[in-house]
Design a protein around this ligand. Structure first.
Ligand SMILES: *Cc1c(COP(=O)(O)O)cnc(C)c1O
Length: 390
């Protein structure tokens, strides 16, 4: 019997490690296992590998290697940016943070935690396409504002934010600008100087690198309180023995992304166009969520009337298609996605959401297969639905 088909279309959740990345990592488990902080040659080889990775990670965003600090995840990088910056300015009486309503939980929940500590947070709205309201953002900046944090591209609906404009507003008002670029890094051009970005979060496993390693860019000279204290690694900004194999993997993944970004994005855009157009034309009562053009090249997200997103994901899984939904989430709660709520969808509509995110290892055949299977799966669910009137 032939292998059952597997079409992985959930690259916004995580990605498969590129074989070149894996190969580069392997010696650092077995041969070059030295602690990067030690003086002998074995440790110095680990140290050199970290510095090479730092250079490659920095190059993707036009930063200097010395402005890159490795972390244990994108989530940790977001925590460092928000907690580290807000805590460091607390003594001066500045207690205001601005973010948006549709950030990743790594930012949103950190903002909520800061509110509990007594910080003031403004959540700026986004429009129907998932684009932040620039006027509302500018109006929210006041005397005691320390930091603005807006994600570069959204993980659920793929919308890309006007990062350069936000950077310009923040710079002109004298407040710091952090962007959660975990989805955007390596998938679209970013330049920290041209875009006036002061801090930027990224993660290896969204760019065909390993899980459990990330990094933060911090503009040189910017002081933050450390979130993790200890042995003083990463210039005292993030203590803990460095995850050398993971960091080597992140560096190699970044190098590969930078080298092939333009070509890969062109390939993804073609598949994205075909998948979006194909779904919209073959499934009745279906809508695209997010911005029609201004979106990440692999991101395709929809809502289907009278369909339960979780059922859709489970039936697609039976066909060998990995996708995700923002309807009821992994926590088992029945709350629909805060992102879909933030762009103004009703509870009912957002329960029928589906995200298909394409990546490096997807092919045109994958798109064919999804287009072949999805309309039937939706029709099957609707046939069982008490609310479907089609
Ligand atoms: C995945 C993701 C994160 C979290 O990164 P981890 O490395 O998984 O902790 C944060 N923000 C966005 C936008 C993401 O997509």
């Amino acid at each position: 019997m032939a292998e059952p088909r597997l079409v992985y279309a959930d690259n916004a959740a995580t990605t498969r490690v590129d074989p070149r990345v894996l190969e580069k990592m392997l010696p650092f488990f077995s041969v070059d296992y030295g602690n990067a902080s030690t003086l002998y040659k074995l440790g110095q080889r680990s140290h050199a590998a970290l510095e090479e990775a730092r250079k490659n990670v920095a190059a993707v965003i036009g930063a200097k290697p010395g402005e890159i600090f490795f972390t244990g995840s994108g989530t940790e990088a977001d925590n460092m940016a928000l907690r580290g910056m807000m805590h460091s300015k607390q003594a001066k009486g500045r207690k205001h943070l601005i973010t948006t309503t549709f950030e990743h939980p790594a930012v949103l929940q950190t903002a909520r935690a800061l509110e509990k500590e007594g910080f003031r947070v403004t959540y700026v709205p986004v429009d129907r396409t998932g684009t932040v309201d620039l006027q509302a953002l500018e109006d929210a900046i006041c005397e005691d504002t320390v930091l603005v944090s807006v994600m570069a591209a959204n993980n659920e609906i793929g919308t890309i934010q006007p990062i350069a404009e936000i950077g310009r507003i923040c710079r002109s008002k004298g407040v710091y600008f952090h962007t959660d670029a975990v989805q955007a890094y390596g998938h679209m051009p970013l330049n920290v100087d041209e875009m006036n970005i002061d801090m930027l979060s990224l993660s290896a496993h969204k760019i065909c690198g390993p899980k459990g390693v990330g990094a933060i860019y911090i503009r040189s000279g910017l002081m933050l309180d450390p979130v993790i204290t200890g042995g003083g690694q990463e210039k005292n900004r993030r203590s803990g023995t460095e995850n050398v194999p993971g960091i080597v993997g992140l560096g190699e993944a970044a190098r590969i992304k930078l080298e092939g970004m333009e070509q890969e994005n062109e390939r993804l855009r073609k598949m994205q166009r075909r998948l979006i157009d194909g779904v919209l034309s073959s499934v009745p009562e279906c809508a695209l969520t997010g911005h029609p053009e201004n979106r990440l090249p692999g991101s395709c997200s929809f809502t289907f009337t009278a369909v339960e997103g979780e059922s859709l994901v489970l039936l697609l899984d039976m066909k060998g298609i990995c996708a995700s939904t923002g309807s009821a989430c992994s926590t088992g709660s029945l709350d629909p996605s805060h992102v879909l709520m933030a762009i103004g969808l009703s509870h009912e509509t957002s329960h029928g959401s589906l995200r298909l995110s394409l990546g490096e290892f997807n092919t045109e055949e994958d798109v064919d297969y999804i287009l072949q299977e999805l309309p039937g799966v939706v029709a099957r669910l609707r046939a069982m639905s008490p609310v479907w009137k089609g």
